[in-house]
Each structure stands twice: as structure tokens, then as C-alpha cells.
Write a protein that binds this ligand. Structure first.
Ligand code: GLU
Length: 540
């Protein structure tokens, strides 16, 4: 009795051959330089920025080369609640508008010829390849769980490679047909393990597209390729799926480098051509002491991609920020091409950063400010309403009820300027930014007496201005009469001769109307507040 008999015994239902499976997955017709990339998330209930970063790299490599990007759901871990987590994943990807050429819709329809694009629907396929390995003596059934009672170790083995680097030949690796049959006849469950050929002291070299040649300890463990529940752990599913689906570059986190030798041994045993790897650095943050630490789900809300949606960042700002992290040339490109969409930016796989990017909200805010500054007022208003409809319903009602007013608020220092104000970086901040539109402020003046004097005088002669010039002239008259310098040059030459300069007078009015020392053009604010409200605010 040989391995073939063992294979037939443990896989009685598997009748297909790898060749037949390959017929269902014909080689992709690619032109020179075209990449097939994928995003292969395990749905966890949130989309982590590190995973999204990789998805975005894959997206760019595919788009820049006119290639293919597909989405593969890696949901073999049955313990997790999958349906809800999958919904979250699709929702987040949809919100960012990251389009895939091939994927499975949420209601289970495959778009593309290389499906199913969901691993839990591919168990039959994995078994065909596992059976082949058993037939060839490169895999074997392992019954340890029941017979040896080493449940903890086995659980650990099933979920990941053991931490220590020792050789891990499994006690079941050389069971005879008769022994296997005895276990099967006893109704024992089993996992399938890979039979490594390594002795535990080899090192192997492999190429990484961005890191160049890497070296790591060869795999020397009989790791599991099919769990006792019939599902494959990551390495086996990766080898089978990325081969069948025609992936040309696997973009994944650098935490996979240590297990790459195991993947390589598996590819070789299966007779598969190795796929190019592109291992990416993790994203870091600086702590208060200026030290690096991994961005964490627990402490950093921005590690969850929904953070950017909930705060109302334009998705293009997030993409541009990620491009900055991926390739340092993006910043210069953006300066030189202010009007091009980021999608026009091209980079090659070997130009992806090897340095761990540090997440910096200030930088993102800066990018977002520049992008929002390009929105005409009405577009800003529409975006604000759309955001508020989901995240601040009472605000949405106010904005919609008084549409004309709030469109004007959004137009201030924007529609009439070649260089609009750059002071908004997300929708969430806008209510606070324009708090004086929603509520009468409580002004605090540096020099209260002087402020009161000026405001009193201004209110006495107040008439609604019809232009910015008219408004400014009115203020000049009032301030000049009270002894303020209306000419800055004169003021600079002899400041003591005046109560202050015209800017100071404007500041008093600004603080009275908005509670702030910095605001958009006051003429616009007066127009929006109207005569009655303006006067109320001026009479402090
Ligand atoms: N499901 C794996 C993960 O989320 C995929 C890794 C890969 O891209 O190959 O880490």
C-alpha cells in the first residue's frame, strides 16, 4: 500500500485532478509589464490602515500597468462572525471608491473568471491539491489531536507557526496505510500536514520586489495545510489561490517575511511557479517621547479607515496622503502638477518605500486643506450636508433648512478668490469653525473700553454695506474719527499718535461678530448675519 492509497482513503470524495482545476483557471493573457494584484483581507469587522495601505499599493500597481486588481475574501477562520465583518469591509471599500476588476458581490455573485473570490467557497479546490501532495508523499494525515492529547500545542500549530525555530517533524509523518486506516476506521478527525524536506539548519534566499534579496531560515516544520474542519490555513490557501487566480505580485505586510520560506517550499512541492513578493513595512506612529511604535487598533483611532469617513475627510486627501507614504516623489509631483488627479501619478513596484511610514495627522490635514480649498462653495456645502446626514442629523436639518445661508457660508473667501482660504480639512470641524453662524458668540476683547467705544460709534452710523470696499470705508471713517490711523504707513512712523491702526479697529468688530480674531471676510459675515443680528452683536 502506498501514498496513493492513503490519499484515496482520506479523500474519498476528491475525484478532480489539479490538471482539471487548472483548466478552469486558464492562464491570464497579459501583455509585458501588466500586473495582476489583489487585496486579500480577512474580514475582522474593521479595515485597518495597514491593510488598506497594501490594498492601495496593489490598486496602483494594477492601474498603472493596465493590469488587473481583484478582491479575495480570506474568511477561512470560521470562529469569526463573517457576514457582518464582510459587510463592513465592502462598506468601507465602497466609501473610498476603491474599484476592483474581479470580486464577489455581497450577495454571492462572482464578477470575473477566477472565482469563487471567497476562500470559504473554495474548500473543494484546496483538497484536490492537498490530495496530490499526499499522493506524492509531501503531505500526510495527522491524527495527533485525539491520540496524544496535545491539544494546546496543536491548536497553536493550527493557528500559526510556532515561535521557536526548531525542527518540527510531526509524529504522524510516517504512518503506514494500515495505521492511517485504523485511525479512520475509529472515526478520528485529522488534519493534513505538509512534510518538509528540510533538516532545520538551512537558510534560503529569495527576492523581494522592494527589499531586494532577503535571507531567512528555511522552513523545517510539518505545518498544517488543511485543518481538521476542512479549511486551509493561510500558506496553503495563498499558494493555491494566487497561483490559480494568476496573481503576478503579492503585496503583503512584512510580518509575512519570516514565513516566506515555508511558502516557497510549498510552491515548489506543488510544482507552482513562485510569485513575486512585495513585503511592505508596517505603519508607525511617534509617541510623545518621539519614539516609533506600531500604529495600534487599541490606541489610535486613525488605524481604522472609518475614522477618516466619520470625521469627514475627503477620500482623495486620504489617498494622496497614502501616496505620500508609498512614494516620496509624490509630493514633488503634486507641486509640479497641481491640477492633475492623483490617479495620474505613476510609480513602479521597486519605487515603493522600504522605510516604515510614520502616520502624521498634521500632514494629512495639510493635504486635506489643499484639496478642500479647491471646492467651490456649493460643492463644500453639499459635501457637508451629505456628511452630516450620516454623522450629525440635527446639523443636517439646520443646513438644509437654511440652504441659501449655508451655501453663502461655504462660499466665503472661496468662490471670489483665486487663492481660497485653506482652513478646513474635514467636514466634522466645520460646525465649530463657523460656530458664530450657529450661535451668537460671547466676545472677549483685549482692550474692552476701547472696543466698546469703537463699536458704539460704528453701530450709530451702521448701514448695511453693499460691497467690501463700502464696508471698509465705513469702518475707516468711524475709526478715523476716533483717532485710529487709517494709513498704516503713518501709523508705523508714529504709533503713539494714534489709538491704534485700522486693523485693530477691524479686530474689535471681528471679535464682536464672531468671537474670533481670525475669520473670513467680515463683509460676507455681515451679509450672512443680516442687519438685525449684526447690530445685536455690535452692541456689546
Ligand atoms: N488575509 C491575509 C491578511 O489579511 C492576506 C495576506 C496577503 O495579502 O497575502 O493578512
Amino acid at each position: 500500500m502506498n501514498n496513493k492509497d492513503i490519499a484515496n482513503l482520506i479523500f474519498p470524495d476528491v475525484t478532480m485532478t489539479p490538471e482539471e482545476i487548472f483548466k478552469r483557471y486558464p492562464k491570464r493573457n497579459l501583455k509585458e509589464g501588466q500586473y495582476v494584484t489583489r487585496f486579500a483581507p480577512s474580514p475582522t469587522g474593521l479595515v485597518h490602515i495597514g491593510n488598506f495601505f497594501q490594498a492601495f499599493i496593489s490598486y496602483n500597481l494594477a492601474r498603472n500597468s493596465n493590469g488587473v486588481l481583484f478582491l479575495r475574501i480570506e474568511d477561512t477562520d470560521r470562529k469569526r462572525e463573517k457576514t457582518e465583518a464582510k459587510k463592513v469591509l465592502y462598506d468601507v471599500l465602497g466609501r473610498f471608491g476603491l474599484e476592483f476588476d474581479e470580486y464577489q458581490t455581497l450577495d454571492g455573485k462572482d464578477v470575473g473568471n477566477y472565482g469563487p473570490y471567497v476562500q470559504s467557497q473554495r474548500n473543494d479546490i484546496y483538497k484536490v491539491f492537498a490530495k496530490k501532495l499526499v499522493e506524492e508523499g509531501r503531505a500526510f494525515p495527522c491524527f495527533c489531536k485525539k491520540t496524544e492529547g496535545k491539544e494546546d500545542v496543536l491548536k497553536q500549530r493550527e493557528s500559526k507557526f510556532l515561535e521557536n525555530d526548531e525542527r518540527e517533524y510531526d509524529p504522524c509523518r510516517d504512518l503506514s496505510f494500515e495505521e492511517v486506516k485504523k485511525h479512520i476506521d475509529n472515526g478520528e478527525s485529522f488534519a493534513i500536514r505538509f512534510k518538509t524536506k528540510n533538516k532545520g539548519d538551512e537558510r534560503i534566499k529569495f527576492n523581494d520586489i522592494i527589499k531586494g534579496e532577503l535571507e531567512a531560515k528555511a522552513n523545517a516544520k510539518d505545518f498544517i495545510i488543511i485543518k481538521s474542519d476542512g479549511t486551509p490555513p493561510y500558506p496553503f490557501a495563498h499558494a493555491v489561490d494566487d497561483t490559480l487566480m494568476g496573481t503576478t505580485i503579492v503585496v503583503r505586510g512584512e510580518e509575512y517575511i519570516a514565513s516566506t520560506p515555508a511558502h516557497i517550499e510549498l510552491f515548489e512541492a506543488l510544482g507552482f511557479k513562485l510569485i513575486d513578493y512585495c513585503h511592505n513595512p508596517l505603519i508607525y506612529k511617534l509617541n510623545e517621547q518621539g519614539n516609533r511604535r506600531k500604529i495600534s487598533k487599541r490606541y489610535d483611532p486613525e488605524s481604522n479607515m472609518m475614522f477618516f469617513i466619520e470625521n469627514g475627510y475627503p477620500v482623495d486627501a486620504v489617498f494622496e496622503y497614502l501616496l505620500n507614504m508609498i512614494n516620496s516623489h509624490f509630493e514633488i509631483w503634486r507641486k509640479n502638477n497641481p491640477n492633475l488627479h492623483w490617479r495620474e501619478f505613476r510609480f513602479k513596484p521597486n519605487e515603493i518605500t522600504t522605510v516604515a511610514p510614520i502616520f502624521d495627522l498634521v500632514k494629512l490635514n495639510d493635504i486635506a486643506k489643499n484639496i478642500i480649498a479647491t471646492y467651490p462653495g456649493e460643492e463644500l456645502y453639499n459635501g457637508w450636508v451629505k456628511w452630516a446626514e450620516e454623522f450629525d442629523k440635527p446639523l443636517a436639518q439646520v443646513l438644509k433648512k437654511d440652504k441659501d445661508k449655508f451655501v453663502k457660508v461655504c462660499q466665503m473667501d472661496r468662490d471670489d478668490r483665486p487663492k481660497p482660504r485653506k482652513d478646513i480639512y474635514n467636514y466634522k470641524m466645520m460646525k465649530e469653525k463657523f460656530h458664530y453662524i450657529f450661535e451668537r458668540p460671547t466676545p472677549k476683547f483685549d482692550e474692552e473700553d476701547k472696543a466698546k467705544e469703537l463699536l458704539k460709534s460704528y453701530i450709530n452710523s451702521f448701514k448695511m454695506p453693499s460691497s467690501n470696499e463700502e464696508w471698509f470705508n465705513d469702518v475707516k471713517v468711524v475709526a478715523g474719527n476716533l483717532g485710529y490711523a487709517t494709513d498704516n504707513k503713518l501709523y508705523k512712523e508714529n504709533p503713539d499718535a494714534f489709538k491704534g491702526n485700522i486693523a485693530k479697529a477691524c479686530e474689535f468688530i471681528r471679535v464682536a461678530l464672531t468671537g474670533e480674531k481670525d475669520s473670513p471676510t467680515l463683509f460676507n459675515i455681515i451679509e450672512i448675519l443680516g442687519e438685525e443680528e449684526t447690530k445685536k452683536r455690535l452692541s456689546v
